[in-house]
Design a protein around this ligand. Structure first.
Ligand code: 6AU
Length: 267
């Protein structure tokens, strides 16, 4: 109970992963707990959206594999925008394979994720080997940036009928996997706070009004997610990028998310 009253800055001191700490610090500095899910499908749309919402966000979440014309310049172009507007890049690849395979997936292929992303995520389904595989890739890289890569585990999902939520013990086992790797794993994708104040919680399925999308997605409001469920970061996709004015909409979500946070820590 008491723990959720801590500010993001106070929580930063408890987080072991460098990128997790940096995220909490820049959230406080920018007064933003908004991550925008940039689920657009061309490089031009992606970079345009990043520029537009950049001042409002703590994080841009990408799906590199839905960009039709992704090329070797896309990662660096995103990184330049992220540096200028001070937000982190989260490649939502949702690794879900054996350690040896994810080791190649995070560093190789067309997307070379570890060369430009600050944050990645993985399913806990394969067991702790998935963390070891991703860690090995990080250890082998000569890039300074990749050395501080932070990992999030999917402790819960937002979609209807998902097994992470339905199977008894799944979320708890996922938390135990994270506890054992705190230098690397700094938080969770979850519907709210599922463990201690030394982890960061990021929640997708957020819109101005609750509801669904007809394909299993389930939406909650920023107030519910940050205020009641005690999550830390709201992840908003269609609510922002499908708006007539994504920059203006991102500002509105940032303000709603930040108000809910301020109420929580002061209440
Ligand atoms: O706001 P939306 O519904 O347009 O987009 C939600 C975004 C999408 C999903 O791939 C992602 O959040 N997501 C995730 C993540 C972030 O890992 C997990 C989950 O359980 N549900 C979910 O929607 O880019």
């Amino acid at each position: 109970e008491k723990e959720s009253k801590l500010t993001y800055l106070q929580r930063a001191e408890k987080v072991k992963n460098v990128t997790g700490r940096r995220l909490l610090e820049l959230m406080e500095a920018k007064k933003s707990n908004l991550a925008v899910a940039a689920d657009v499908t061309t490089k031009a749309q992606l970079l345009e959206l990043a520029e537009a919402v950049g001042p409002e966000i703590c994080m841009l979440k990408t799906h590199a594999d839905i960009i039709a014309d992704w090329d070797e310049g896309t990662g660096p172009a995103l990184a330049e925008i992220a540096k200028r507007h001070q937000f982190l890049l989260f490649e939502d690849r949702k690794f879900a394979d054996i350690g040896s395979t994810v080791h190649h997936q995070v560093s190789g292929g067309l997307h070379s994720i570890s060369k430009w992303a600050h944050v990645i995520n993985a399913h806990s389904m394969p067991g702790p080997g998935i963390i070891s595989g991703l860690k090995k890739a990080v250890a082998e890289t000569d890039s300074e940036m990749a050395k501080s890569l932070g990992l999030l585990l999917l402790a819960e999902m937002s979609s209807e009928g998902n097994l992470a939520t339905a199977l008894p013990g799944y979320t708890q086992k996922t938390i135990e996997m994270a506890e054992a790797e705190k230098e690397f794993v700094f938080g969770f994708i979850s519907t709210g706070r599922v463990a201690g104040d030394d982890f960061v919680y990021l929640t997708p399925g957020v819109k101005k009004s609750a509801g669904g999308d007809g394909l299993g997605q389930q939406y909650n409001t920023p107030e519910k997610v940050i205020g009641e469920k005690e999550s830390d970061v709201i992840i908003v996709g269609r609510g922002v990028y499908q708006a007539d004015n994504p920059a203006k909409e991102a500002k509105a979500y940032r303000e709603a998310g930040w108000r809910a946070y301020e109420t929580r820590v002061s209440g």
